[in-house]
Each structure stands twice: as structure tokens, then as C-alpha cells.
Design a protein around this ligand. Structure first.
Ligand code: NAG
Ligand code: NAG
Length: 430
């Protein structure tokens, strides 16, 4: 099945990486300036050359493969410095060699490497090509370093997981490690490597921590690793992530921790009917309903409503796929008994409460969710004491806002969209 294959592949990849590191470690005195060439299709980006100090990245700037990038949570900006391997070479007085290299552009290096790969030139020809190309042996070393640099994320994660697995690590240290991991696992490969290294269990363990910050950051790492990453979603379910997440969701106290745990739950369920089925059978929707009732501020309510919207419309959107996996997908989703649950847990009367919010955004999310729920909830909506009145009064408000915007000459109004949403719901209720 897909899980086994995925794990095997990951193990193979990470083992391969470690082998490469060991076999070339210490054997290279080559400068590495030119080896830090990024992806070939990134040629048009402005590439920042990292140093051993953290420097801030501006939007649109790229970094060479193997660089170490982190998110500075104080400033919200991305920062870069040399990766582990690069730091090692940096300390080897590479500055002296910089001049010699300056005549040699990344493009030329790539072209030269392609030739070597095709095995079309001999060492002698290479040498006779004059000063434009360096000797074959040097270029081969550069290639080895390129391979080595590409694997650096794996090495970083290995080190981070060792730190996380150290029972003596303080909460502060754990938070630091989790923040670095969070950045790395946005990449699909890295998230899968994390699983293969046994990191999922460690991060899940962080959800049990008595320290809020550790809980919060663990949830964030999980949510990011799970986002659009089916291989990780499957492994997480196999590792019992759903139960741990639901427990954390029920017990986590500060709102900001709950928000992150909810994010992780939503990422786990997205496009994954098996996880959705487990979620429903373990009372996930009742738990969400309880949280919805508790939340006065509306932030959590809105997130929960959005999650419902996603679940409902995902199931309903199936007709859009007509590939060979269609029948299988229908079969899996048919086990997700969402409709009955929505009725049982009183959602048809809960979500309309979100319309009372003063935030346009919250109301918009509520309207979209109500529309998605309408096929199931129509009876409840019609017999609801004040839903129709709320809609009429909201429509007046947004109609006024549309009018005043038209006077200002604005088009494509957000408020017009709100009026349309309200009308659509109104029509269904008639
Ligand atoms: C954590 O440490 C234990 C032993 O202390 C070890 O068995 C386990 O494999 C380690 N886990 C990871 C992910 O490094
Ligand atoms: C979290 O704690 C619960 C109960 O204390 C335990 O059953 C569960 O295995 C723990 N989860 C992890 C991932 O350590």
C-alpha cells in the first residue's frame, strides 16, 4: 500500500543522504562558493549569498540550496545564514579563493556539469579548454558538494530531533527547536523525512506538554507538516495523532493554543475521508460544538465554521472528479456520515449565531457555511426564530454599504458579494 512504499522511499532517501555525507566528509578542501547554485529554474530570482550571520530576506529573494532559513517570530521576517555544511567550508578561509572564482558564473558551472554528466568530455579536453573551465577533478568535487548541500535539511532535522528527544531540554529550547522544524516541514519532502526519522511521535508528545508554548508550537509543526501532504496524513493517523489532537483540543486552555490545535486537526482531515470518519466516530463534531458554544470572541467560532464548510463542500464536490479513482473516493466518503451528525449536534442552530458578530469576515464565513449546510438544515433554518430577520437586516446594511461605495466609484465590491450570499440563502429558505 501507499504507506509502506512511502516509508521505504523515505528511509532509502535519508540513508542515502547520510552515506553521501560520510563518504565526502573531510575529504574536500575545495572552496564552495560556486557550489551554492540554487534550482536551475530559479535563475531569474535575486539570489542572496548567505554568511555565517543571520540576515533578513526581502520578498522575492532566493537563497542557494543548503542555506539555513528561519522565521524570526519577533519581526515576522525570514532570515538566512549559511547551512551547516556551508558554515564548515566558510571557516576554511574561502575568501582568498573568491577572486579566482569570480570569472566563473553559476551558469557556466552548470553547463560544464551537464557535459560531465553526459560523459562527453575527457579530462584532457577539459584541461585544454583553457582558463574558462577548471579541471575535471575540481568540477567533480563541486558536484559532490552540490549533492551534499541538497541534503542539508535532512541533517538539520536529524540534529533538531535529537535535541527534541533530549529529556533534559528546557521548554525554551524545545520551542526554539519546534520553530526551526516548523519552517522546514512546509516542504513536502522534509515533512516526510520527519516521519521517517520518528519525529512525528516526538512532536505528538509535545502536544501533551504542560508548557503552553511547547503545546502551541508542536501543534503548529504538525499542522504545517500535514498540510497538503497525504503521506504524512496517513502516518499521523497510524500514529494515533487524531486521538492526541482531540484530547489536546478538549484540554488546551489558552485560546491561541486551541487555535493551533484546531489548525492541525483541520489539516489532518482535509481530503482524507478515513480521518474524517474517525473524527466523527470519536465525537469530534460534538467537541467542536462545545468549543463553538464556549467561544465568546468569535475567532474560534469562525475557524470552526470554516472547517465545517470545508468538510461539507469537500464531500459534495466529489462529482467534479471523474478520474479512475472516482468510485473509490465516493466509497470512502460515503462512510463519512456528516449529515446526520450535523443535525444531531445542533449545528443548524449554532452556526447562525455567528451572524451576530460585528466582523464582516466572520459573517461571510457564517453565510458560506450556512449555504453549504442548507440542504441538510433547511427545516431548522425555516423554523429558526430569528434567522430570517437577521438576514433581512444584514441585507439592508450591506445594501447601504454597496450604495455608498458606488458613490465613491468603487467596483467589484466585497459588500456586493455579501448581498449576493444573503440573497442566495434567502432564496433557499423560501
Ligand atoms: C529518542 O531516544 C530514544 C532513546 O532514548 C530512542 O530509542 C529513539 O529512537 C529516539 N527517537 C528519535 C526520533 O530520535
Ligand atoms: C499523551 O498523553 C496521553 C494520556 O496522558 C497518552 O495516552 C498518550 O499516549 C500521550 N501521547 C503521546 C503522543 O505521548
Amino acid at each position: 500500500n501507499s504507506i509502506g512504499n512511502c516509508s521505504a522511499l523515505i528511509c532509502f532517501q535519508s540513508e542515502g543522504a547520510l552515506t553521501v555525507v560520510e563518504s565526502t566528509d573531510g575529504g574536500d578542501e575545495e572552496e564552495e562558493e560556486e557550489a551554492t547554485v540554487g534550482d536551475e529554474d530559479e535563475g531569474h530570482l535575486e539570489v542572496v549569498q548567505p554568511t555565517e550571520l543571520w540576515q533578513t530576506l526581502k520578498p522575492g529573494q532566493a537563497v542557494p540550496a543548503g542555506s539555513h532559513v528561519r522565521l524570526n517570530l519577533q519581526t515576522g521576517e525570514r532570515e538566512v545564514r549559511l547551512g551547516e555544511e556551508q558554515l564548515k567550508y566558510w571557516s576554511q578561509e574561502h575568501r582568498e579563493e573568491q577572486e579566482a572564482l569570480s570569472s566563473f558564473s553559476p551558469d557556466e558551472l552548470k553547463r560544464a556539469m551537464k557535459k560531465i554528466k553526459a560523459d562527453s568530455i575527457s579530462a584532457e579536453q577539459q584541461a585544454s579548454a583553457g582558463s574558462r573551465f577548471r579541471p575535471l577533478e575540481e568540477l567533480k568535487k563541486d558536484m559532490a558538494e552540490l549533492d551534499l548541500l541538497v541534503e542539508t535539511d535532512v541533517q538539520i532535522m536529524k540534529r533538531l530531533l535529537e535535541q527534541l528527544n533530549n529529556s533534559n531540554a528546557s521548554p525554551e529550547q524545545r520551542v526554539g527547536v519546534l520553530q526551526e522544524l516548523e519552517y522546514l516541514v512546509h516542504q513536502v519532502d522534509n515533512a516526510q523525512t520527519l516521519c521517517a526519522m520518528g519525529g512525528l511521535q516526538l512532536v505528538l508528545g509535545g502536544l501533551n506538554s504542560s508548557d503552553f508554548r511547547v503545546q502551541e508550537n508542536s501543534a503548529l509543526v504538525l499542522g504545517s507538516a500535514l498540510s497538503s501532504n497525504p503521506a504524512v496524513q496517513v502516518q499521523a493517523v497510524e500514529n494515533g495523532a487524531l486521538q492526541t489532537l482531540l484530547t489536546a483540543l478538549a484540554t488546551a486552555q489558552p485560546l491561541h493554543v486551541r487555535k493551533k490545535v484546531l489548525f492541525a486537526v483541520a489539516s489532518l482531515l482535509r481530503h482524507f475521508p478515513l480521518a474524517q470518519q474517525h473524527f466523527l466516530s470519536r465525537g469530534g463534531l460534538q467537541l467542536l460544538a462545545a468549543l463553538f458554544r464556549q467561544d465568546g470572541g468569535g475567532v474560534l467560532r469562525t475557524r470552526i465554521a470554516t472547517m465545517l464548510y470545508d468538510l461539507i463542500s469537500e464531500k459534495r464536490g466529489l462529482e467534479a472528479f471523474l478520474d479512475s479513482a472516482h468510485q473509490e473516493r465516493l466509497r470512502q466518503y460515503s462512510r463519512v456520515s456528516l449529515q446526520a451528525e450535523l443535525l444531531e449536534d445542533g449545528w443548524c442552530l449554532l452556526v447562525p449565531q455567528l451572524l451576530d458578530s460585528t466582523e464582516h469576515d466572520y459573517r461571510e464565513k457564517a453565510l458560506r457555511t450556512l449555504l453549504a449546510m442548507a440542504p441538510v438544515c433547511l427545516q431548522e433554518f425555516r423554523s429558526h426564530g430569528s434567522l430570517l430577520d437577521s438576514l433581512v437586516s444584514l441585507r439592508d446594511q450591506y445594501q447601504d454599504l454597496v450604495q455608498s461605495e458606488m458613490i465613491l466609484g468603487e467596483e467589484n465590491s466585497y459588500f456586493l458579494e455579501m448581498v449576493e450570499l444573503i440573497d442566495a440563502l434567502h432564496v433557499k429558505m423560501k
